[in-house]
Design a protein around this ligand. Structure first.
Ligand code: MN
Length: 192
């Protein structure tokens, strides 16, 4: 099964001035594409694995794959899945999910408290990785970060919101100022 780069559904310049067009173009057409190409190269070796990468990631431990390929799928398949979700929630034509907003306020106390917790998690993550709002196995919302391209799907959590804190996501425009990039992300996030 060969997987393709998901279309953004909006232009590379649609999130200016918060996310600049050049970073968007490189991030989508180069970084995301490379994760997909490498994931496809792994899956080519296992033609029986025809389920979606999301389904495969959920049961990665039990997949019959060489250990090196399993590790590579965690990285590149994770890169494919995480970025697909990341673009989707930035869609300028997207609608606010009122049900999710109400649940966030109930769990975290207020939108501001939630934002503060999420931003601190993203800012405090050491090195490359992602900040998440995810639904755990008890159906509760949790905020945490993961390293590299590790997906919440690996621990049977459902990813809801994700923020890429790899330097490639912000270095061109924000250099080492991750906090400014996180602030910019709240401006372009359409889901909540
Ligand atoms: Mn990225």
């Amino acid at each position: 099964m060969k997987w393709e780069l998901p279309q953004l559904g909006y232009g590379y310049d649609a999130l200016e001035p918060y996310f600049d067009a050049k970073t968007m173009e490189i991030h989508h057409s180069k970084h995301h594409q490379t994760y997909i190409d490498k994931m496809n190269a792994i899956l080519e070796k296992y033609p029986d694995l025809t389920e979606t990468p999301v389904e495969l990631m959920k049961k990665l431990d039990s997949l019959v794959m060489e250990d090196a390929d399993k590790k590579a799928f965690k990285n590149h398949g994770g890169g494919y899945i995480n970025h697909a979700l990341f673009w989707q929630m930035l869609n300028p034509a997207g609608e606010r999910d009122e049900k999710l907003v109400a649940e966030i306020i109930k769990i975290f106390g207020s939108m501001d408290l939630f934002k503060e917790k999420f931003s601190q998690t993203a800012l405090g993550h050491f090195g490359s990785g992602w900040a998440w709002l995810a639904r755990n196995e008890k159906n509760e919302l949790e905020v945490y970060s993961t390293s590299n391209q590790d997906s919440p799907l690996l621990k049977n959590h459902q990813p809801i919101l994700c923020l890429d804190v790899w330097e490639h996501a912000y270095y061109l425009k924000y250099q080492n100022r991750r906090a400014e990039f996180i602030e910019a992300w709240w401006q372009v996030l359409k889901l909540i």
